[in-house]
Write a protein that binds this ligand. Structure first.
Ligand code: ZN
Length: 602
């Protein structure tokens, strides 16, 4: 027993010794091997640097697709970082043939170890990059390459080749002659044939309107309307592209346009009758047409006399008149501006027109210009109707125009100093539902003393855009964000708003009226947010809330033929104000009606 134990212990000591020497040998072998490998690697890098993608920078600037270009960093300068998780460098890149000094290398700290730290003259393979137009103070668009991810291929190299500075930026949207086949020599597509599935197309169209507005901080939106003999289409551009095109594209001129994105349009605003909108990108090609431009149609107006605007079917009208007054420029939000002008015409009526952005800046009442509007939108305030420019409104300002010479003569002899009916300052009349139902189709403002018969409880609240002042319904995207088409914004938030359908009766008839957020809240005494919370706990909770107002009396100020739907165009009667009944006022109205009847029967 004892000897057995000794043998086992001896064997163990022997084993330990063998393991010790084996480990030592392995460690030495590994370090020798890695030393040899390192020397080999250094030799490779210094003797034979990787091949650069010669000419790649020129291709990138020209908007061509370049996959994983291999470039050399000639010089770099650290830029102040916007977040602790990232580093930014301005780098000078070389492809061996050209040098480009406008590149930003953007590094996320977490990715830094993966990519490896670069030095001057390092050779990198760019795995992910984008290009962007940068507007300097001189307003020239410079193309910047932004590097998002790269792989370090070699360091400690010397400068490869003898690259020269790359010319060719600022890039131009107007295509240079001889560079490629001119657009006028290619197949021209009619505007009506454009759809979202087309890639290579060229249209030849006249610019019939052009307007630049501020939609958000530092975000400009250019909206132009294009016309050819097949129809019209709206084209938009944002930010730097918008600035650049605003100065390049001239009103009334004809252009060949290609290489833009085609997107489905927002029906609510699409008065040009096109399902699609063209979106300009930095790669879009625009070429002025000088030869047979006259064959492309000009804008066609269907002017409505101002005193008939109230009765027009639909929400958009064409109108021409003399600008009698113009308000001061007003800031709306932080970035956009508006101005209201008073337009009058020989129909002895006037109406307010609200203009935005550059249109608002351009107009004044100093010399009472003649203003012509195509597709200006009819809208309502508490007092009456007014017109408001939208993205599809065309607007022209004439000092003298032979076709409207009689406007000028009328204005100078009469219009400038006699009183006219101001449609924007209407007196809201008492009416009954029966009165309204007997009237021809049109837009009317009226007030009625009515009783709430029934509040529809289904779909009474909806998810609206969280932006202040926007009531558009948002749609839930797959990524979980809420998108507002109107603001072109995706957000994690939304707010609940009312769109209430209420059946109201007076002594003559009854009518379904719609109520938006503020009126519905005023009537029910509870916010849409609170209703949605109550509905979460009990899906039938709204019935008891609605019950509180059933058979109660209010004075409803309504307008007919107004937009109801939050997404598309749907007509209906909308309550613009709801108030408790002022019996003194209502009695006075009844007394005057009685007096009218008595005097008629005499
Ligand atoms: Zn919105």
């Amino acid at each position: 027993m004892i000897t057995m134990k000794r043998i086992i212990v001896f064997n163990k000591e022997f084993e330990d010794g063998r393991r010790f020497y084996r480990q030592k040998f392995e460690a030495v072998a590994a370090s020798v091997f890695s030393l040899i490998f390192f020397v080999f690697l250094v030799c490779c890098i210094t003797m034979n640097p990787p091949m650069l993608s010669e000419g790649a920078l020129k291709l990138i600037v020209d908007g061509k697709t370049v996959k994983n270009p291999i470039l050399q960093i000639i010089n770099s300068k650290k830029l102040p970082s916007r977040s602790p998780d990232s580093r930014r460098y301005r780098v000078i890149l070389s492809d061996g043939k050209y040098i480009m000094s406008f590149a930003i290398l953007y590094l996320h700290i977490k990715k830094l170890n993966l990519a490896g730290d670069f030095q001057n003259n390092s050779v990198i393979e760019i795995l992910l990059f984008s290009t962007t137009l940068f507007n300097s103070i001189q307003r020239t668009g410079k193309l910047i390459i932004v590097i998002h991810n790269y792989a370090l291929l070699a360091t400690g190299c010397s400068k490869i080749g003898s690259p020269v500075p790359l010319r060719g930026y600022p890039i131009s949207f107007i295509k240079e002659e001889g560079n490629n086949k001119p657009l006028k020599d290619t197949v021209i597509h009619p505007i009506s044939s454009l759809n979202a599935y087309m890639n290579n197309w060229v249209v030849k169209a006249r610019v019939v309107s052009k307007s630049l507005i501020f939609v958000q901080r530092n975000s400009r939106k250019l909206s132009i309307n294009l016309l050819d003999s097949s129809g019209g289409i709206r084209a938009v551009a944002y930010k730097n592209v918008a600035d650049k095109l605003y100065h390049l594209i001239e009103l009334d001129k004809v252009y060949f346009i290609s290489k833009c994105r085609i997107e489905t349009s927002n029906k609510y605003y699409e008065e040009l009758g096109n399902d699609y909108t063209i979106k300009f990108t930095p790669n879009s090609v625009i070429e002025e047409c000088s030869d047979d431009a006259e064959l492309v149609p000009h804008i066609q107006y269907k002017f409505v006399p101002i005193n008939e605007i109230r009765e027009v079917e639909g929400n958009f009208v064409d109108v021409v008149g003399v600008c009698k007054n113009a308000s001061d420029l007003k800031k709306i939000g932080n970035h956009n501006i508006k101005r209201t002008v008073q337009l009058i015409d020989p129909s002895n009526a006037s109406i307010d027109v609200v203009l935005f952005g550059t249109d608002a800046e351009d107009v004044d009442d100093f010399i009472n210009p003649i203003l012509a509007f195509k597709s200006v939108k009819r809208a309502y305030n508490g007092e009456g109707i007014y017109l408001t420019a939208t993205c599809c409104t065309n607007y022209r300002r004439y000092i003298d125009i032979p076709e409207y010479d009689h406007f000028r003569r009328w204005f100078e002899s009469k219009g400038s100093h006699t009183g006219v009916v101001n449609l924007s300052k209407c007196h809201v009349l008492w009416m009954t539902f029966n009165n309204i139902q007997l009237k021809p189709n049109g837009s009317y403002c009226f007030k009625v003393k009515g009783t709430v018969l029934f509040v529809e409880t289904e779909n009474a609240v909806y998810k609206a855009c969280s932006k202040k002042g926007c009531n558009n319904q948002v749609s839930l995207l797959e990524c979980g964000l809420y998108r507002c088409k109107e603001c072109d914004v995706e957000s994690t938030n939304f707010k609940y708003e009312y769109l209430l359908r209420v059946n109201v009766s007076d002594w003559t008839s009854n009518e379904w009226v719609h109520m938006f957020n503020s009126e519905a809240k005023k009537m029910l005494g509870i916010s849409a947010q609170e209703v949605s919370e109550a509905l979460e706990k009990d899906p039938k909770a709204f019935a008891s809330i609605a019950n509180r107002v059933h058979f109660k009396e209010y004075v409803f100020e309504c307008r007919t033929n107004a937009d109801v739907n939050i997404n598309g165009v749907q007509k209906g009667t909308v309550t613009v104000a709801i108030n408790p009944v002022d019996y003194k006022e209502y009695n006075a109205e009844l007394l005057s009606k009685i007096e009218d009847n008595v005097s008629m029967n005499k």
